[in-house]
Design a protein around this ligand. Sequence first.
Ligand code: GLN
Length: 279
Amino acid sequence: MTLKELRRNAHNRLKEQPNISSPELDADLIIMFVLDLKKDELLTKDISVPDALAIEVNAYLNRRLAGMPVQYIVGKTEFMSLDFIVNKNVLIPRQDTEILVETVIERYKNVSEQIRILDIGSGSGCVGISMARYLPNSVVTELDISEEALKVAVLNAEKNLVTKQMNFVCRDIRDGISDLEPKFDVIVSNPPYIKTDDLLELQQEVIEYEPVAALDGGDDGLDFYRIIIKKAVPKKGGMTAFEVGIGQAGDVADLMFKAGYRNIEIIPDLGGIERVVLG
Ligand code: GLN
């Protein structure tokens, strides 16, 4: 079979499943992964594909048809124009989260002293690692309750050449951070924020494949904001910045104000949704 035929067949197979929102792109990602091709090679090369590889492509397409997110199938994704390894132990980095990272980078890019950053609930490490990458004088601590997630973050730090700037701490944030000295200039988090009752309304491929501990924010979705605001206080004059879910910005801003934060700002994403709260 030629590459062109393989591609056409793969597109058609995924297009049959109405729940797959980007069938062509997903099929292309799978083919590029199996055949080890870059995008321009996929589009221009006219090669014949060995049967064994065509069979492998079909096996991965079957996983996609069964609902597995394409990022878990190929084991990687892009965030802030950087490559990140992902597996079932970490949430897949979302483009929605880039505004959180961009906001912090924008505010600290002209700071010449060392910037100490703590990323709580770091998952794949996408938030902290991209900050380390774009703020070369930052030192970033990735904190997560999951040892398996931290293993992924360690690999991602290596992949993105920032290992020297990184520390990794495995703990429940409920245990606080008073031993992590000196205090942090920036505390950042994209915590789990889905209301427990709403978890079942998520897309099937989210709830079935992504780690529920990375999604479940408790009865009102705000559990982790309360815990983080109470347990992790930045240096005086420093900043805490959160990603929030749709409709949560006002509540999170209130929690921060009551805890003594000032200069609180709510920042919308490109779609106009209030996405970041900082103070
Ligand atoms: N910090 C990681 C991310 O933004 C993980 C977030 C989470 O698991 N809630 O993707």
